[in-house]
Design a protein around this ligand. Structure first.
Ligand code: FIX
Ligand code: ZN
Length: 416
């Protein structure tokens, strides 16, 4: 047993935070068996939609001209704009550099073909292993959308799964565009009418059960706009209250709500055109209270919602809060939000998920977050030491294991 004191605190926490493997519970990654959906390598890294928004903000080129470029041309354009003409100082730019650095590449080489060639030295399988090892990841959760044509076909053809990739059933289309989803459900063999009568609800539940089983999803998920409200008289509310929550309870598959995204604020920016807004916390309160035997996972996109969401989690153990989502995944906000959560909840939440779309991003997303989580922990453990509390290396390791995965495993197993 190693006793922690002021002299070894910082080094011990850093060592533990860097060495505990992470369960990354929300990503947009796929294993190699999903062919073109599996994104990796330099061009994908540099054409991440976070960087598209930053580059098109400062270069006056028609959006359509940019989107007409090939992947390689887009990467050249973004690299020239953000890394050559300017200093790459934003979080997403630094992320690219952190990733290249960790892969052992010289970030000042400026020869993009050198960066491009690097991933080609490995088979896809080897590259996944390399990135998981560098990022120190145990498992990731994919975002699996049966309403997406490409993805649907992989599942229909019994795509090979990989034990490092868990699934989650994504229901945006069903809940945010039921009219269009209905046609696809009919095509998939479910007898769904326009009015949500008993038969249709049963068919939707049948769809949910079938697809949870087919994909082996460990939770269902949806992203929702800032004005998401329950209870209300809407198709979405009927689908959630009468279909999803029933299946979620019966199958012990939590319902994850990612709340606060304003889709296509600037449609010309395509995937980079989404924004955010403050949402209504009462909706989550209503759900946690009324459906107190259901499990809810929630992350919110607006900074303004973070404090009230954390307070609500103190009131309901069926509410699991996770991650610093998307526009919150910046050092200043991760530090603030993680501190608020630790101060109000102790260790009972999941501080981060990567949201990685490109395999290589796991490296920087987790390296940057681990640094901040370690800083927050060092400060709090320091306070305990000042009070004379006896801390051990093993205990800190247990704490970090909770934050990096065990809390979520326990939540899945919890009996309500
Ligand atoms: O809805 C989501 O899961 C979002 O995370 C994404 O759609 C978003 O585009 C993203 O990549 C955020 O990091
Ligand atoms: Zn996401």
């Amino acid at each position: 047993m190693l006793i922690i004191d002021k002299n070894n605190l910082t080094a011990s926490v850093e060592e533990i935070v860097n060495s505990v493997k992470v369960f990354d519970i929300h990503t947009h990654l796929y294993p190699e068996s999903f062919k073109d959906l599996f994104l990796y390598g330099f061009d994908e890294l540099v054409t991440y939609h976070y960087l598209i928004a930053e580059a098109l903000r400062v270069k006056e080129i028609p959006y359509t001209d940019f989107f007409a470029l090939s992947k390689k041309e887009k990467a050249d354009f973004i690299y020239d704009t953000l890394f050559v003409e300017r200093t790459p100082i934003s979080e997403s730019c630094i992320g690219v550099l952190t990733t290249l650095n960790e892969l052992g590449l010289d970030i000042n080489c400026r020869e993009l073909d050198v960066f491009r060639e690097h991933s080609k030295n490995y088979s896809r399988k080897e590259y996944i292993d390399l990135i998981f090892e560098k990022a120190n990841i145990k498992k990731v959760v994919m975002t699996n959308d049966p309403f997406d044509d490409d993805e649907y076909n992989f599942w229909k053809n019994n795509v090979e799964l990989d034990e490092h990739f868990n699934s989650s059933l994504r229901l945006d289309y069903l809940l945010n565009d039921f009219r269009s989803a209905r046609y696809l459900l009919i095509k998939m063999g479910y007898n769904v009418t326009t009015s949500l009568i008993g038969l249709t609800k049963n068919e939707i539940k049948r769809f949910l059960v079938d697809w949870i089983k087919k994909t082996k999803s460990i939770y269902m998920a949806v992203s929702l706009p800032p004005d998401f409200t329950l209870p209300e008289n809407s198709t979405r509310s009927i689908l959630i209250e009468d279909c999803i929550l029933e299946v979620s309870y019966e199958m012990n598959v939590p319902f994850a709500m990612m709340i606060g995204v304003k889709r296509q604020t600037n449609p010309e920016l395509s995937i980079a055109g989404d924004s955010l807004g403050k949402a209504n916390i009462e909706t989550i309160e209503y759900l946690c209270k009324k459906y107190n035997r259901n499990k809810f996972m929630v992350t919110m996109l607006s900074r303004e919602n973070q404090h009230e969401l954390t307070v609500l989690a103190r009131k309901y153990r069926n509410l699991f809060i996770f991650g610093c989502w998307w526009f919150l995944n910046n050092p200043t906000l991760i530090k603030e939000i993680t501190t608020i959560r630790i101060e109000l909840l102790g260790l009972s939440f999941m501080p981060q998920h990567s949201d990685a779309r490109v395999l290589d991003q796991l490296i920087y997303k987790w390296k940057h977050s681990r640094r901040i989580i370690a800083d927050v922990l060092i400060e709090k453990y320091g306070k305990l030491l000042n009070l004379g509390w006896v801390l051990t290396y093993e205990k800190i390791q247990e704490d970090v294991e909770r934050l990096f995965g065990k809390n979520f495993d326990d939540f899945l197993l919890m009996e309500l």
